[in-house]
Design a protein around this ligand. Sequence first.
Ligand code: RIB
Length: 313
Amino acid sequence: MSAESHPESSHLVVVGSTMIDMLAYTNKVPHAGETVIGEKFALGFGGKGANQAVMARRFGIKVSMVNTLGDDVFGDTTLTNFQEQGIDTTFVARTSGASGVAPIWVEPDGTNRIICVPGANNAMTPAQAKSALESLKSYQIVIGQLEIPQVVTTQAFISAHQHGAITILNPAPFAEISPDLIAASDWIIPNETEFAAMHPQGLEPTSDEIILELAAALKTRFAVTLGEKGAALTTLDGRVIRVSAPTVKAIDTTGAGDAFVGSFAVALALGYSEEQALSLGCACASDSVTRLGTQSSYPTPAQAATILASIAG
Ligand code: RIB
């Protein structure tokens, strides 16, 4: 195990999205032209960037968010949520218009279907990312996703490298990724579907060889999430390390991938081994599917400390 840092001296930056999640829990999803009666509804804080920031913050490390919110009530409440969580919002901007929203359908087995409408997230600019990452000091990790313009994430990662930080791209929701963004990503964390979408022949990550070949072709490192089967990462010396996921009863999988990304990044920032980072990601993702909602499904700081202690051995 490498020497671990104290949470207070670790700093992670998320350059990414915010959404207000509109969760409808239903026993049956409608066909085209059909109306169904749902079971339950909840509004919650979401957006892959915000979720990853909140998950990371639960471990007590310093987290800065770089985002643009609209000038609506959703923007106000999202800003308040970040502040209540202790997330640095110095580089959260506001613009006129609507904040991001995400209508989400969740079925009884926890499966979700999500439509993101990015709104103000699309007003983010490369200059905003550059200015934030040049002003912030002493961060170790910068995380991005695909819910804001890719040129913004690319600029953020270039600035992060000038600062000596590690960059992590979560290619979700999947879109063709620009070569510049791939080149600026030290780690890419796709799920099985996103991995297959990145693969030239559409192959899923069913073997070590497939994962290693794509990592070599893209000159990046992968931490691939495999749902109930756990996760796999590529090592610097060309091997694959796998960890299995704890067995749990899923009731809502929304935000589980973000729990993985945020906690994996925290473990790297704290100096844990990459295998421990993979284990922490799996543990937090599995834990989150046992509770309803997105950020509302994440462990409390005390629960997060217990999970971290369990993987630290
Ligand atoms: O990954 C889950 C998230 O995807 C939700 O919070 C939703 O807002 C979308 O961004």
